[in-house]
Design a protein around this ligand. Structure first.
Ligand SMILES: *[C@@H]1O[C@H](CO)[C@@H](O)[C@H](O)[C@H]1NC(C)=O
Ligand SMILES: *[C@@H]1O[C@H](CO)[C@@H](O)[C@H](O)[C@H]1NC(C)=O
Ligand SMILES: *[C@@H]1O[C@H](CO)[C@@H](O)[C@H](O)[C@H]1NC(C)=O
Ligand SMILES: *[C@@H]1O[C@H](CO)[C@@H](O)[C@H](O)[C@H]1NC(C)=O
Ligand SMILES: *[C@@H]1O[C@H](CO)[C@@H](O)[C@H](O)[C@H]1NC(C)=O
Ligand SMILES: *[C@@H]1O[C@H](CO)[C@@H](O)[C@H](O)[C@H]1NC(C)=O
Ligand SMILES: *[C@@H]1O[C@H](CO)[C@@H](O)[C@H](O)[C@H]1NC(C)=O
Ligand SMILES: *[C@@H]1O[C@H](CO)[C@@H](O)[C@H](O)[C@H]1NC(C)=O
Ligand SMILES: *[C@@H]1O[C@H](CO)[C@@H](O)[C@H](O)[C@H]1NC(C)=O
Ligand SMILES: *[C@@H]1O[C@H](CO)[C@@H](O)[C@H](O)[C@H]1NC(C)=O
Length: 318
């Protein structure tokens, strides 16, 4: 049983070692596995981890979930993560925040993590509503638990989570379970183009929207054109407000302001069909806010999109 469990562990970790390595302890196995060398490096870097090593090198039946090197690199990118928590945009008190979304540029300007292309720092999306103040990062958000701790040179808001760096659009869509969108983008070979384009707004249809649109019956080039229409808003895309909801053409935004490392995603409930696909290749990309019912909270949501759209690299449509 002991050996069987270790063998299972080895398989789970894709350690690529033969089953007889079940003779080794978890520690001995991990030490010889290059894919988890970052974990090993940390565990062996300081005497404070000796107890963990000792425990896992003991007789017994243990299970270890071992982050591989890529996972460790993402979590341990502490310099960029910490820079993402700070801003030089002034001492912004909670009373300075508008209701709704507030875009604040962070100190994270490393282009590996800030692919907005504006050299102004990966944006933070600080949301103030009747429930409190939240800091959105990708699909997650942290809650401000202690606001407005004043310092001589600024202000601290204490939050309950570490803000993880927003991911590429493809990884974000995958994490959001937008499987139809991910498949369509892959099938049309647009993944790299979308991930690498700086400063974009993506309207991401839900799985149900794709099912309704019956996109599976279209040719790849037709699907590619439809997808591009969702990435670079042309003059045929309207962002408007109706009864407090954010609309894009006829679609409703069901999840707004999901940050990626190169822009923002708004999840919508319908696939947007270009009215005249012959004009799409020359669409210059400007989302016009319309509708007089825009609340203060919604105003900035458009400005996020506008800000992002301002930096659109039109080449994606070519
Ligand atoms: C593992 O242990 C078994 C006996 O329990 C032995 O037959 C086998 O040779 C050992 N394998 C290695 C790689 O040490
Ligand atoms: C793990 O335990 C074995 C004995 O079972 C010992 O030889 C080895 O040095 C230990 N390794 C570590 C890293 O503590
Ligand atoms: C490991 O589990 C097996 C079966 O579950 C058990 O027989 C064995 O005693 C356990 N070993 C230790 C060291 O707890
Ligand atoms: C940017 O961040 C990446 C990932 O952490 C790092 O490898 C690289 O050295 C950083 N570049 C600079 C200029 O700091
Ligand atoms: C923050 O996340 C919680 C769930 O974890 C959600 O209920 C809440 O609406 C989110 N707040 C914002 C402003 O996105
Ligand atoms: C993800 O989408 C699939 C297909 O629509 C659905 O079956 C599944 O329940 C979804 N999973 C989550 C966690 O939302
Ligand atoms: C896929 O797109 C990349 C650019 O993103 C391009 O270099 C490559 O040739 C394309 N592959 C196919 C099969 O179209
Ligand atoms: C444009 O749309 C029509 C249907 O409206 C379709 O038949 C045609 O393939 C599309 N053209 C391109 C280049 O996708
Ligand atoms: C955009 O909004 C205007 C005014 O509300 C409307 O007349 C027009 O039909 C809309 N266009 C699309 C593509 O939805
Ligand atoms: C919006 O819906 C109306 C009514 O179903 C339809 O006539 C119109 O073409 C749709 N507009 C767009 C841009 O899809």
């Amino acid at each position: 049983m002991y050996f069987a469990k270790l063998a299972t562990l080895a398989a789970v970790l894709s350690l690529g070692v033969a089953a007889q390595s079940g003779n080794k302890t978890i520690v001995e196995l991990a030490l010889g596995t290059s894919e988890v060398s970052s974990l090993v490096k940390v565990l062996t870097s300081s005497p404070q981890y000796a107890l963990i090593i000792q425990a896992l090198n003991n007789t017994g039946n243990f299970t270890l979930f071992a982050p591989n090197n890529a996972a460790f690199a993402a979590a341990m990118d502490l310099t960029n993560i910490l820079l993402y928590h700070a801003s030089a945009a002034g001492a912004i008190a909670s009373t300075d925040l508008m209701d709704g979304a507030n875009v604040i540029n962070s100190l994270a300007t490393n282009t590996t993590v800030d692919n907005f292309g504006m050299n102004s720092g990966l944006p933070l999306d600080v949301v103030k509503n009747s429930n409190g103040v939240f800091v959105n990062y990708g699909l997650g958000n942290a809650t401000v638990v202690t606001p407005d701790v004043k310092a001589s040179n600024g202000i601290i808001h204490i939050i309950d989570k570490v803000l993880m760096l927003p991911m590429k659009p493809s990884a974000t869509a995958k994490a959001a379970n937008l499987t139809s969108l991910v498949s369509a983008v892959m099938a049309t070979n647009l993944t790299d183009a979308i991930d690498s384009t700086q400063g974009i707004t993506i309207f991401a249809p839900t799985n149900a929207a794709f099912a309704t649109a019956n996109a599976g019956s279209l040719s790849n080039s037709a699907v590619a054109n439809i997808l591009k229409y969702h990435v670079v808003p042309g003059d045929k895309i309207n962002v408007s407000y109706t009864g407090g909801m954010v609309m894009v053409n006829n679609a409703t935004v069901v999840m707004a302001d999901v940050l990626t490392n190169n822009g923002v995603v708004h999840v919508i409930d319908q696939v947007l069909i270009p009215q005249d696909n012959s004009t799409m290749a020359s669409a210059s990309g400007s989302a016009k806010a319309s509708g007089s019912g825009a609340s203060a909270g919604n105003t900035l949501k458009v400005s996020i999109a506008s800000m992002v759209i301002a930096g659109v690299v039109a080449g994606l449509m070519a």
